[in-house]
Design a protein around this ligand. Structure first.
Ligand code: ATP
Ligand code: MG
Length: 310
């Protein structure tokens, strides 16, 4: 079973406003509410791949209730700790006239240690040797940035696989715990090594260093429209980006993580995983907001993935 952990989920509220401008009255032409937060996005994509996951994390208030219902309606299993404070709402203003996207993100509620311990306990009670646990996204402001590192350690003790997709200190600390898989984009990979990385070949060297130094089984480095690199102990594979009509690149990384988690769960081979993850993430950028793409499109795109060993 795949478990996704979202410590700071969000309701994504997308409004369309043509000719949006600050400091005046703006009229909204359409509104859309989606359950969001990186782990929840991963669960949505796993579902569109035909897989199963259990979305876990912390939800609160009416917006937390909305997220729970949203997942229930789509047949996505969940097991959240509920708190009184309201889960955040992130506002996305889409202006098709000016071609701009404006994000207004709330910080989200703080979380106390009892609720956090309850969540970890729920997770540990469920996890078995063949489980996969995905840790992704930001965490509430009051939490220590070693939280993913500590939880990865606990899950590893159970013999299960862990996936880490975070940035800055959460990522830097988390890799030291040796997750099974880490998914930085090229900028985040640079952050780990305090350097700027531009080329795939350079990224490959740093990704290999992650594998060797931290005992990581698979380093997947996403390169945006250029595709992604998949580096394990034996090989380095570059999956070239697929040319698609771009609607929104938000959540592309989550789609890549979802496909990799699903591939580990279904014991797909290295190349098959790289092909599926690259196709799945490219399909995701053709959909608005963080909506998951349909399986038919993902499957079509799989044939267009060009793989090259470095
Ligand atoms: N413009 C694009 N065209 C085709 N594929 C894309 C494009 N942008 C992203 N992708 C696909 O999505 C994957 C992940 O994208 P990206 O590197 O932007 O992740 P990210 O920065 O972690 O995104 P996020 O954290 O916002 O979800 C890429 O490896 C690629 O396969
Ligand atoms: Mg990302």
């Amino acid at each position: 079973m795949i478990y996704t952990v979202t410590l700071n989920p969000a309701v994504d509220k997308t409004v369309e406003i043509n000719d949006f401008s600050a400091g005046k009255v703006n009229r909204v032409s359409s509104v859309r509410l989606d359950a969001g937060g990186k782990g929840i996005n991963v669960s949505k994509v796993i579902s569109s791949l035909g897989g199963r996951s259990i979305a876990m994390g912390i939800l609160g208030g009416a917006s937390g209730g909305f997220i729970k219902d949203y997942l229930d309606c789509r047949g996505i299993d969940s097991d959240f700790v509920f708190i009184d404070e309201e889960t955040r709402t992130n506002l996305k203003v889409v202006d098709s006239l000016k071609g701009t996207n404006t994000d207004i993100n709330e910080p989200g509620p703080l979380v106390n240690s009892d609720d956090l311990d309850m969540l970890l306990q729920k997770l540990l009670d469920r996890v078995r040797e063949d489980s996969i646990v995905v840790f992704s996204g930001s965490v509430p402001d009051n939490l220590d940035k070693t939280i993913y590192a500590r939880w990865i350690g606990e899950i590893k003790e159970k013999g299960a696989a862990t996936i880490l997709d975070a940035d800055r200190e959460l990522l830097k600390n988390g890799i030291k715990a040796g997750p099974y898989l880490v998914k930085p984009n090229i900028y985040e990979l640079g952050e780990i090594f305090d350097t700027a990385i531009e080329e795939a070949e350079q990224a490959e060297r740093y990704a290999r260093q992650l594998v060797v130094d931290f005992g990581i089984e698979l380093a997947a480095v996403s390169l945006g429209e250029k595709g992604a690199l998949y580096v394990d102990k034996k090989r380095s594979l570059l999956a070239h980006g697929i040319k698609v009509d771009v609607k929104s690149t938000v959540g592309a990384g989550d789609a890549l993580v979802a496909a990799l988690a699903y591939s580990i769960d279904t014991k797909a081979g290295f190349e098959a995983a790289a092909r599926l993850a690259t196709a799945c993430s490219a399909a995701n950028v053709t959909t608005a907001g963080t909506q998951a793409a349909d399986w038919s499109l993902i499957d079509d795109l799989q044939e267009r993935v060009v793989l090259e060993y470095l």
